[in-house]
Design a protein around this ligand. Sequence first.
Ligand SMILES: *[C@@H]1O[C@H](CO)[C@@H](O)[C@H](O)[C@H]1NC(C)=O
Ligand SMILES: *[C@@H]1O[C@H](CO)[C@@H](O)[C@H](O)[C@H]1NC(C)=O
Length: 450
Amino acid sequence: MLTFSFLLLLGGLFASAGLVHADNPIAQDIYTTDPAPMVHDGRVYVFTGHEEDNSTWFTMLDWRLFSSADMVNWQHHGSPMDLKTFAWADLNAWAGQVIARNGKFYFYAPVRHKTTGAMAIGVGVSESITGPYTDALGSPLVENGEIDPTVYIDDDGQAYLYWGNPGLWYVKLNEDMISYSGDLIQVNLKVEGFGSREGSETERATAFEEGPWVYKRGHLYYMVFAANCCSENIQYSTGPSITGPRTYRGVIMPTQGASFTNHPGIVDFKGKSYFFYHNGALPGGGGFTRSVAVEEFAYNSDGTIPEINMSTDGPAQVGTLDTYSRQEAETIAWSDGIEVESASDGGIHVAYINNDDYIKVKGVAFGKGPSKFSARVSSASNGGNIELHLKSKDGKIIGTCSVPPTGGWEMWETTSCSISNTESTHDLFFIFTGDDTGYLFNFDWWQFSQ
Ligand SMILES: *[C@@H]1O[C@H](CO)[C@@H](O)[C@H](O)[C@H]1NC(C)=O
Ligand SMILES: *[C@@H]1O[C@H](CO)[C@@H](O)[C@H](O)[C@H]1NC(C)=O
C-alpha cells in the first residue's frame, strides 16, 4: 500500500552501507529480496525475489533460487519461475514461498492480475525443487488485493495458506495444494497477538504490516511478520494452534540496514536455527535494491526467539567444501564483478568476467593435498587465467590455470593445471586475469584431483 507518509519516510532511509569484507548478503551479483528458505535433501534452499539494477520501485520480474549445504557457500540456481509463468499476470513478482507435498513442489507467489489490476496469488508447480515451475491453475488461487503468501502443513495434514497486507488472511488448502475448502478467513488482528503500532501510520489496528511467516517448532506455532511500516522491524507471536489464540512476543530483528522493508524466513538445519531477512547492504542498495542475508540464532528454552541483529559476517560454516567432487563455479561465498547466467541449454555458469574480478569460496577442504586443478571454461574472446589464492585475494598463489579461446561463449573445454602442495582447510579465491578490453571467459565448474 502506498501512502503519503510512506513516501515521506523514504527520504531518510537511504543511508548507504559501507561494504566490508563479509559473507552477508548471500548474493553479490544481483539484488535479492523476501527470502523463503526450506530444507530439502540435505541442503537449505532459499527462494528470493529479484530487483532489477537501479530499481526505483518494487520492479521485479522473476524469482531466484540459491542453495547451500554449509550456510556460507551459496549456489545460484538461476530463475525457477518468472512473471511469464502466469499468463494472466503482468507485474510484481513479489514475495513467495515454496513447500513440498506428495513428490511435488508448490510455489505460492503474489503477482498483479492484468485484467483486474489487483494483486492475486498464483501457484507454480514443479517436480523438481529447482523448477522450472509451471502455472498449476491458469488463474489465481485467491485474489483479494493482498500479498505475501506463507504456507504450512500442520501435523494432521491440513495445509494452511496465510497472506496479507494490510489485513491477514488464511484459507485451508486441500490435499492437492492447488484448491481450498471454505471461505477466505480474515484474522481479527488484536494487540494481544500482533503488538501495538508505532510511528505515523496509525490507522492500522496493530503492528502487523506484511510478510507473515508461519511454522511450528516443538509444541509452539509461530507467526513471524514485518511490522510498523515504513521503517519495518520483525516481530512475532506464538500460540498453541496454527490459528491461535496468539500471544505477542515482541521484536526479533530491530529496524536496521538501509531498507525500509524487511521479510522473515526461518529454518532449522543440521541442528542449528537460521533467520533470513533482507536489507540494503550491497553497493547501490536501498529500499528498492535489497539483498537477502542470514544469521544463526538459538531459541530460548521456552521457545522464544532472542533479539537478532543484522551482521556482515553471517553464520559460521557448517562443515567444509569438498574439493574432490565437482563444484559449480556459481557456488560462491563472496564475489566481485562477475554475474551468473543461464546457458541456452538451461545450465548455469559464471559469466561477464573482467580482469581482476574474483570469487571466494569458504572452507575448502584440501585434505592430503591435491596435485591438479581442472575447470570447465569457454571464451569467445582471448581467454585469460584463473589464479588460485589461499586465504585472501592477495594470499599465496597455489596455481594458475590458463583459459584458452574456445571459439564461443558456450563452447566448453576443460582446462587443467598443477598446483603446489596444499593441505587442510582454507578459504580459496579464484582471481580472474587477462586483457582489460572486455569479458575474458565463462566458468562452469571446478574440481581438484590427485
Ligand atoms: C546503476 O547504478 C550503478 C551504481 O549503483 C551505476 O554504476 C550504473 O551505471 C547504473 N546503471 C544504469 C543503467 O543506470
Ligand atoms: C543489537 O544491537 C544493539 C545496538 O547496537 C545492541 O544494543 C544489542 O545488544 C544487540 N543485540 C544483540 C543480541 O547482539
